[in-house]
Design a protein around this ligand. Structure first.
Ligand code: CA
Length: 361
């Protein structure tokens, strides 16, 4: 019993260690690219610092004595220190650590290597601390990217880890390109130029799904919304010419290149062929046709009165009408009755208050 449980504990410990190591390896791989970026930032800032201090001197200018006996500011340690101070943002832990760790390399370069190796990035990041690789190469040994270091991914993609000690050198192709070497074209593109090392993919005509050339006659297959005509060219399908229309009854169909859309009819229409009151198939209720357009019916002016109750008045609205009790009357149980005197007085009072000069605000 005891041995089993301690075995289990050992197994658990081992799997924890394995997970931890796996995590560290994955992390380290990411770090390799990151370390190069940090280094690149440092050497970029170094050359900025170098430019910034180009017109400086020992404060009062190099005296003749200084120039003869000490070194000139231009090549002095003081200038180097001033440049080094500006290499990292104070918040960047990785940057400051890298500078601190390799400070003596900057001195070596500054005093002994600068003339022979003027490219600090190359000397420091690639050759000395070995966190970067030359352009077009990747990984611990700076191997050539897929497609060669001259034109990684044949110029049509990004090589993973390019210029760093990390990555796997594989390509992620630009839009329009695919395949291990980024020489093939994706759907919707065709090879304008193609040999073993060079490929230029150009976009097909908008009507093609796949194609061998740039026009709508070069389609291998039409895109959805397009169909082949007699000349084997892909042309727009007019979805609106189908019967029944693909749109709802209160909509009209608008054909577009490669597609169509359904738009709402004007509210005065009951069905329509286009936008506006003059494109109705029939008028909506409450509207009638006047000179080719659906117009509101004024129910109140019709010879036969529509508001039939006593003391009731008709008000026309767009597409309809309402019947309202005349002034001095109110609606009660479906009848228009005289407003009682007391209530009327109160109403008048309220009106007066509102109309007082103080109420103007
Ligand atoms: Ca269409």
């Amino acid at each position: 019993m005891l041995s089993t449980s301690s075995d289990q504990r050992l197994m658990r410990l081992l799997s924890c260690i394995t997970l931890f190591l796996l995590f560290e390896i994955t992390n380290a791989k990411g770090d390799l690219k990151g370390a190069c970026n940090t280094c690149k930032q440092i050497t970029d800032n170094f050359s900025k610092g170098f430019d910034r201090t180009v017109k400086q001197n020992f404060g009062g200018g190099n005296t003749a004595w200084e120039e003869r006996t000490l070194s000139k500011y231009e090549t002095s340690e003081i200038r180097l220190m001033e440049i080094i101070e500006g290499l990292c943002e104070s918040s960047s832990f990785e940057c400051n650590r890298m500078v601190e760790e390799h400070e003596e390399h900057f001195e070596t370069w500054w005093f002994k290597r600068k003339t022979k190796h003027p490219d600090l990035h190359k000397w420091f990041c690639i050759e000395t601390i070995k966190v970067c690789c030359p352009k077009g190469t990747f990984g611990p040994d700076c191997n050539a990217c897929v497609g060669g270091s001259e034109r990684p991914c044949h110029g049509n993609g990004m090589c993973d880890g390019d210029g760093t000690r990390g990555g796997d050198g594989k390509c992620s192709c630009n839009h329009g390109y695919k395949g291990e070497f980024c020489l093939d074209c994706t759907d919707g593109y065709f090879n304008e130029v193609r040999n073993d090392t060079l490929s230029l993919c150009t976009e097909c005509h908008s009507s093609c799904k796949t194609c061998s050339g740039a026009t709508n006659q070069d389609c291998d297959e039409c895109k959805e919304g397009w169909e082949e005509d007699d000349q084997e060219a892909c042309v727009d399908v007019n979805e609106c010419s189908t019967d029944p229309s693909p749109c709802r009854e209160d909509q009209y169909c608008l054909n577009t290149e490669g597609s169509y859309s359904c738009k709402a009819c004007d509210k005065v229409c009951s069905g329509c062929t286009g936008a506006g009151a003059d494109k109705c198939q029939a008028c909506a209720s409450g509207y009638h046709e006047v000179e080719g357009a659906c117009t509101d019916v004024n129910e109140c002016s019709q010879s036969e009165s529509v508001c039939t109750k006593e003391h009731e008045e008709c008000f026309n609205t767009k597409g309809s009408y309402v019947c309202i009790c005349s002034s001095g009357y109110e609606e009660k149980d479906g009848e228009c009755v005289l407003i009682p005197k007391s209530e009327k007085a109160e109403e008048t009072e309220t009106e007066e208050t509102t109309a007082s000069p103080h109420g103007e605000l």
